[in-house]
Design a protein. Sequence first.
Length: 232
Amino acid sequence: MKQRLDRELLNDYMRVHRIESVFNERLLPYLSLYDFDQDELICSQDDPAQYLYILVKGKLKIYTTSPEGKTLILSFKTPLEVIGDIEYVRGMDIMNTVEAVSPVRMIGIQYRWLDQYAKDDPALLKFLLNIITDKFAIKSDSMRFNLMYPVEVRLASYLLSIFFDDTDRLLNDQISPSSLTDAANLIGTSYRHLNRVLRRFCSDGLIERKKGFILIKDREGLSALASQNIYE
């Protein structure tokens, strides 16, 4: 994590994402920009929560880890997204691990300043309420998507989420067997069925698969198959 001391850039992001009114004048001096490298952890499950982050650039992966050490990818997030909102409202530790899929930029502020200057601020509370209720709505849509759509559609949506950022750049052309297990869990299918669908995608020219690698060959074809990207 690198703090970027650029107030003009910070103000630009707030204007672009229309969040200038969320933070009152007393909070503004405590807002900062933070840059995270690709694959860097923003926060880890069960760690103490200290920051409210607002994603303004890049893509995040959110996942949970079981006591046995198994991971499950929950979702991918692009701007505008907030990390640490539920933890702040409920006064709890970090619920899930958040990792940068691409280079990421966030607006961040420590909880202690929110408590001191905006604990009962209607603008901030309304913003958090809207964000949290949006997350519940998206979760509901995701569950319905997993129940109503075939594995082919769900897998196409997953591949689009994990491989591409908002600049249409291939983020990572390598995927491991453990990642495929996560994918199967996320989209609600077996590892064996997932492999069958991947072989079909190869035959259709959508992807190319080598030992330990998957390369997207036809993004338009995957997009047409997915019709929407429910995992973002």
